[in-house]
Design a protein. Structure first.
Length: 161
């Protein structure tokens, strides 16, 4: 009986399958990384920021960006283009505020934070965007904020964080 040859063939065949599987997985990961890179480049962020994001941050910021677009997109046809004066006025509002602007979802997720949060709190805008505000506020204040969010949105969500 030639039993030594058959296991050798099976082993070679099995190794080829494993190699093909590894190559296919490597190819899928490469394609996935390329899609994440493209998605990061589409975000309205400076290249220095978007090029250094990990996959979880890209997804978090993309979701926040889409929520913000949904919030700000009027139901009517496209609004007028911003003029240079509009841009100057918008930056003046934040300077006059001497604080920062934060937009929260009804769940307490920070979907927009103005970049001057860095001056006020020493925290980076992109590090906070997409995270829950409840992770950053004092536990004694959480219930009051939750009530304000429920009252403003009229939602009937549960009161669990």
């Amino acid at each position: 009986m030639d039993t030594g040859v058959v296991p050798e063939k099976k082993r070679v065949s099995s190794e080829r399958r494993k190699e093909k599987s590894r190559d296919a997985a490597r190819c899928r990961r490469g394609k996935e990384s390329e899609v994440f890179y493209q998605l990061a480049q589409e975000l309205p962020l400076p290249h220095s920021v978007s090029s250094s994001l990990d996959k979880a941050s890209i997804m978090r910021l993309t979701i926040s960006y889409l929520r913000m677009r949904k919030l700000l997109t009027p139901n009517e046809p496209m609004a007028k283009e911003q003029t240079d004066l509009d841009v100057q006025l918008n930056s003046s509002y934040l300077k006059a505020l001497e604080g920062f602007l934060m937009v929260l979802s009804e769940d307490g997720d920070m979907i927009y934070i103005s970049e001057n949060i860095n001056k006020c709190l020493g925290l980076a805008q992109f590090d906070l965007t997409g995270h829950s505000v409840f992770d950053f506020i004092h536990p004694c204040d959480q219930e009051e904020l939750r009530e304000m969010l429920i009252h403003r949105t009229g939602s009937k969500k549960s009161k669990e964080p």
